[in-house]
Design a protein around this ligand. Structure first.
Ligand code: NAG
Ligand code: NAG
Ligand code: NAG
Ligand code: NAG
Ligand code: NAG
Length: 526
């Protein structure tokens, strides 16, 4: 069939910044900055960077510096949040001028079932190979350990860790973790196994990834894995079968946050919520290079012009596509306005109308999804936007205590810092984060009307144990382009608050037609 990307008529200019590893590093700041310079010179409209390292001070971070140069020229910069989740505070690319993207699933799955006894467990796979007869002997990989291997290696199905005598013609059940998932299948395949069930370990929970396995295979959740191992233990000669994967659409719940998606809080500036947004980043169908195998593993000799991949590297370009469309629709909007439109129109509910879940099926939070899952059509017409100028960002850097040497990395024009530094929480961001709330605090915001005249009313879902007041609570816009200021006061409710714990709420400005939503993130301190 035919498939299109998020901004199908956009022209793509590609700048290579990552090269074969040198002392363990592949993507150097010098190359990244050279690419920013060239792209800015070439007049691109948006920069999509599926790239990032550990979060660090912005003056030390080539990507933060280069992206500032771009937004100064009105070029939006969209970056991956990183694949270091579910560890808290693992999010990369935390500078406030960057649009930072987490990864979630969509309503498409590739189910491949494993059946045994009277059970059928749903897994996922992109193996193109099916089993040939109806039932196979099954064995846990730890039981199939080669004499010269360790139980640890066999359990994880390392290459050469399995005994071909024990594996031959069987479905082998391997545990996820450490070595690549597809390599585990290769280990089973090389040992003469007929198929593989890949069971999650506890830390991977319910996160299932459809991989292009080299043998008939499926990947199942932790709880399903425990169930299957119990069956294997309960009988002398376990039998089972794996179905050929199919494509299923309209699945629910969707979206669900990917466990690998890096999480907030922002370790550099907790006053800025990161990630900003989430977009599809699990099992994404995309064009691919035949210069390498679909798995990137050295034993894999297959070549294909398209592939299915997962990661915030895949979600980032989804948002870049939306930015491309919005840039065409609203050519005068600043990067901050485009970002605001995308963030304030995002959804925090899934297609079952429940709060988006994390991969263990608990409610996810703004530390997972930022403002929510992108809703591209709504972003066309946000009603109000939170704009930020390059000069506002420079004031923010002043407030971080940057001296003139550090400031010059961002802007070679001399910027005079305000005598009284701004409060970091007062950057006109489309989300509000107060990481140290002692008693009470008031933050200010300014919204710009980019829709028809109208009266907006503030609705608040207060974080637990915190009272929130918005002043004024009604904003009456008489014309397009009008700016209005408001204040949000958050106050600890002593008898209800849990100190030193982040709690979450929302502020929504609504004129009935537009719902301009901002996450509220607060941690009360005693
Ligand atoms: C175990 O022995 C086999 C057969 O000699 C060999 O192919 C394999 O590499 C060895 N495995 C390990 C982990 O040393
Ligand atoms: C299955 O048996 C093995 C070996 O006795 C044991 O380590 C494992 O915990 C058992 N698994 C389950 C799910 O009962
Ligand atoms: C999901 O959220 C629950 C509750 O907050 C948490 O215990 C669990 O670790 C989270 N799982 C992931 C994969 O983030
Ligand atoms: C700014 O701070 C850096 C790091 O401490 C220092 O190397 C530099 O000399 C300072 N510049 C000025 C103008 O003080
Ligand atoms: C800042 O950089 C721009 C672009 O390189 C250059 O045109 C301009 O002259 C520089 N301004 C100053 C004050 O150095």
């Amino acid at each position: 069939g035919t498939t299109k990307g998020g901004s199908p008529r956009a022209r793509v200019a590609a700048y290579k910044v990552c090269w074969p590893p040198f002392h363990g590093a592949e993507c150097f700041d010098a190359d990244i900055l050279a690419a920013f310079d060239m792209a800015i010179h070439d007049g691109v409209d948006a920069l999509s960077l599926s790239l990032g390292g550990y979060a660090t001070d912005y003056f030390n971070d080539g990507l933060a510096i280069g992206s500032f140069h771009a937004i100064q020229k009105g070029i939006s910069v969209i970056c991956s949040a990183g694949n270091s989740g579910p560890t808290p505070a693992s999010v990369s690319n935390t500078a406030p001028w960057i649009l930072t993207v987490g990864a979630s699933t969509m309503d498409r799955e590739f189910p491949a079932y494993v059946s045994f006894s009277d059970n059928q467990i749903k897994g996922q796979s992109l193996s193109s190979l099916g089993l040939t007869h109806e039932q196979y002997a099954m064995i846990s990989s730890i039981e199939a350990k080669a004499a010269n291997s360790s139980a640890h290696d066999a359990q994880l199905c390392y290459l050469n860790s399995l005994d071909p005598e024990k594996v031959k013609g069987k479905i082998v059940v391997c545990l996820r973790g450490i070595n690549p998932r597809v390599e585990k299948g290769e280990a089973v395949h090389l040992a003469g196994g007929a198929g593989m069930v890949l069971a999650n370990d506890k830390s991977a929970g319910d996160e299932i990834i459809a991989d292009a396995h080299v043998l008939p295979a499926t990947h199942i959740s932790y709880s399903d894995g425990v169930y299957l191992f119990t069956y294997l233990n309960s009988t002398k000669s376990p039998l089972g079968y794996i179905t050929l994967p199919k494509t299923k659409i309209d699945t629910s719940p969707a979206p669900v946050m990917a466990a690998f998606s890096s999480q907030g809080p922002n370790s550099v500036n907790p006053e800025i919520l990161k990630p900003d947004i989430t977009a599809p980043g699990v099992s994404i169908l995309a064009a691919y290079s035949t210069a390498s195998s679909p798995t990137g593993l050295s034993f894999d000799a297959r070549r294909t012009p398209f592939n299915v991949e997962s990661g915030t590297s895949m979600s980032c370009p989804h948002i870049s596509g939306v930015v491309g469309l919005l840039t065409t629709l609203h050519p005068t909007w600043s990067p901050a306005m485009i970002k605001s439109a995308i963030m304030t129109t995002a959804r925090i509910r899934d297609n079952k109308e429940k709060v988006i879940k994390n991969s263990s099926m608990y409610d996810a939070t703004p530390f997972n999804y930022g403002a929510g899952h992108v809703m591209p059509n709504h972003a066309m017409d946000p009603g109000l936007v939170y704009d930020i100028t390059p000069s506002d960002y420079l004031d923010f850097l002043c407030a971080l205590g940057y001296n003139s040497t550090r400031m010059r990395a961002f802007s070679n024009e001399s910027h005079s810092c305000p005598l009284k530094p701004m409060e970091l929480e007062n950057l006109n961001y489309p989300s509000i984060s107060i990481p140290n709330l002692f008693g009470s605090k008031t933050v200010t915001r300014t919204v710009t009307n980019v829709g028809p005249p109208g009266k907006y009313i503030a609705f608040v879902y207060a974080p637990r144990g915190v009272s929130v007041t918005v002043k004024p609570a009604v904003l009456d816009f008489e014309k397009f382009g009008e700016l209005k200021k408001f204040k949000v006061t958050m106050k600890v409710i002593q008898e209800e608050v849990q100190y030193d714990t982040y709690v979450f709420g929302r502020l929504i400005w609504s004129d009935d037609k537009h719902h301009v939503r901002s996450p509220l993130v607060v941690k009360a301190k005693y």
